[in-house]
Ligand binder design. Sequence first.
Ligand code: TMP
Length: 298
Amino acid sequence: MEHVVVDGSEVVVKDPQSLRHKISSIRLAGPEKLQVIADFDATLTKYWIDGRRGQSSHGLLRQGSPEYDEKRQKLYEYYHPLEFDPTIPLDQKAKLMEEWWGKSHALLVEGGLTYDAIKKSVTNSTIAFREGVVELFEFLEEKDVPVLVFSAGLADIIEEVFRQKLHRSFKNVRVVSNQMIFDQNGQLVSFKGKTIHVLNKNEHALDMAAPVHDRIDNVNGLNEDNSFVKKRTNVLLLGDHIGDLGMSDGLNYETRISVGFLNDNVENSLESYLKAFDVVYLNDTSMQGVVKLASQLC
Ligand code: TMP
């Protein structure tokens, strides 16, 4: 086990030899075999911002109608504890999560969510990317390595966060999340395709990749060829929950390096994170270590 502090980031690797081996396999296969699969909330974004919890793509949304915001908050208070209840069997929990996402999406439509409200919500939100995310995306863009950003949140909000917080887009980055369909007046009318919730993130997300740039003009975004994801059989996976490892399930990968951000509750969770992830970063650290790791891979 290796437990070191590099450039202010505390990082733990349970099996350094296995990691070195994986790094050289991926490097040998070349960048054309590699893809990055990253969770969004609390993985690409910070867990803490100025002493406050950073918001998620769902959490930051203000619909412009306090009545509907409150209704969604009530759903959150009911379902969020169930999401983390270890006593509920997975199949039952999946049904509950489907129920939650279904009701929540229906409230967004019923409450007349507009694209304008999304823009305003992002402007007023407490959300920020980890330092080093831009560097990581730029490096991967240079190497033509695609990045799939997976989330059970809301694609349109995540893309607005990219626009407002990064002020640029990356041609290699795609968001795989729940996509909204707006009418000509910019009002939400429905959601596209099957709902992605926390427990089915892995099942079909690979088929739903839409480019981050120009998605407003290209609402379905599905006319792009997604076959590349299946051909790139080496994976660098970034997540903050053990369940995020399922994001690469749809892929018959050869070598996968998994990086876990353990943002909170380190004492209780470190052991299980070390079993699950090849590399574990502690205490809501920056993305700089991942930038270095990526540069060893291609
Ligand atoms: P993810 O970002 O890890 O993919 O998970 C999405 C989170 O969104 C999940 O923890 C539950 C949360 N959520 C809300 O906060 N409000 C909602 O209305 C819904 C449906 C989910």
